[in-house]
Design a protein around this ligand. Structure first.
Ligand code: NAI
Length: 244
């Protein structure tokens, strides 16, 4: 007999979502709470993060957290375990974007971008695994379609997202014996403060518009839930057909 896959539900799941003060992270936190999860939102933007958590009610709390800081990761994991007993889901969503010619990048700016977008999620995966129950957990890394092809003018960003896809697949293989699934979501252009949609022409896309934060959050929730129990080490594109 084949059991039907369960619908997307997150009851009894404890989730940490980074970069949750605005944009996609805030939408993910909102959907996770709606689906029954207990959510710890983290971000460097303390005031906005606290506001979002407060709006989402008692199932949501906020912790200030720079994803490039391993001591801060340890604190987030420790406090989540103290409060909620474990971490079932980690969403590595925090990221920064910058488009500028390669020659004009300073060492410090290059390092910072790679540290936020690539080192941060790797530190997160390292620190969270021991807080996941023996029955398993799910890690969702938010990459980009810029991590699936070249992105002229955004070399550093594209490098970080290609790297994140490699880290995800490697972690999926390594953590499978611990029943931890690791997947990537690769959004196209999404309507958040990160992008200036007014300078983008999306009319050539099969779905000729920007994605919404809710449309990305739905994919993240699927990968965080038991509905995706046979998915690991994979990329899930949410891009209106941009890479079709
Ligand atoms: P956003 O700029 O609205 O939100 C990013 C959040 O990350 C902000 O709240 C920011 O404070 C936080 N953050 C930045 N540096 C941090 C750090 N060091 N530690 C902790 N938090 C930090 O951007 P958006 O669009 O919501 O981005 C979410 C993710 O989606 C990012 O990883 C981004 O690269 C990715 N993405 C976005 C696309 C888009 O079109 N908006 C397309 C493809 C991928």
């Amino acid at each position: 007999m084949t059991a039907a896959a369960p619908l997307v539900r997150l009851e009894h799941k404890v989730a940490v979502i980074t970069g949750a003060a605005q944009g996609q992270g805030a939408a993910e936190a909102e959907l996770f709470v709606e689906l029954g999860a207990t959510v710890v939102l983290t971000d460097v933007n303390e005031s906005a993060g606290r506001e979002v958590a407060q709006r989402l009610g008692p199932s949501a709390t906020f912790l200030t957290h720079d994803v490039t800081d391993s001591a801060a990761w340890q604190r987030v994991v420790r406090e989540t375990v103290q409060q909620h007993g474990r971490v079932d889901v980690l969403v590595n969503n925090a990221g920064i974007y910058r488009k500028q010619p390669l020659a004009s990048w300073s060492d410090a700016d290059l390092r910072r971008l790679l540290e936020v977008n690539l080192l941060g999620p790797v530190l997160g995966m390292r620190e969270v695994v021991d807080a996941m129950p023996d029955s398993g957990g799910a890690i969702v890394n938010v990459a980009s379609i810029s991590g699936m092809r070249g992105h002229g003018g955004a070399l550093a960003y594209a490098s970080s997202k290609w790297g994140l896809r490699g880290a995800s697949r490697s972690a999926a293989q390594e953590l499978a014996p611990r029943h931890v699934r690791v997947n990537c979501v690769c959004p196209g252009s999404v309507d958040t403060p990160m992008v200036d949609l007014s300078v983008l022409n999306l009319s050539h896309l099969p779905i000729p518009r920007a994605g919404t934060t809710g449309e990305v959050a739905a994919m993240v929730a699927f990968l965080a839930s038991d509905a995706s129990s046979y998915c690991t080490g994979a990329d899930f594109v949410v891009d209106g057909g941009a890479t079709a």
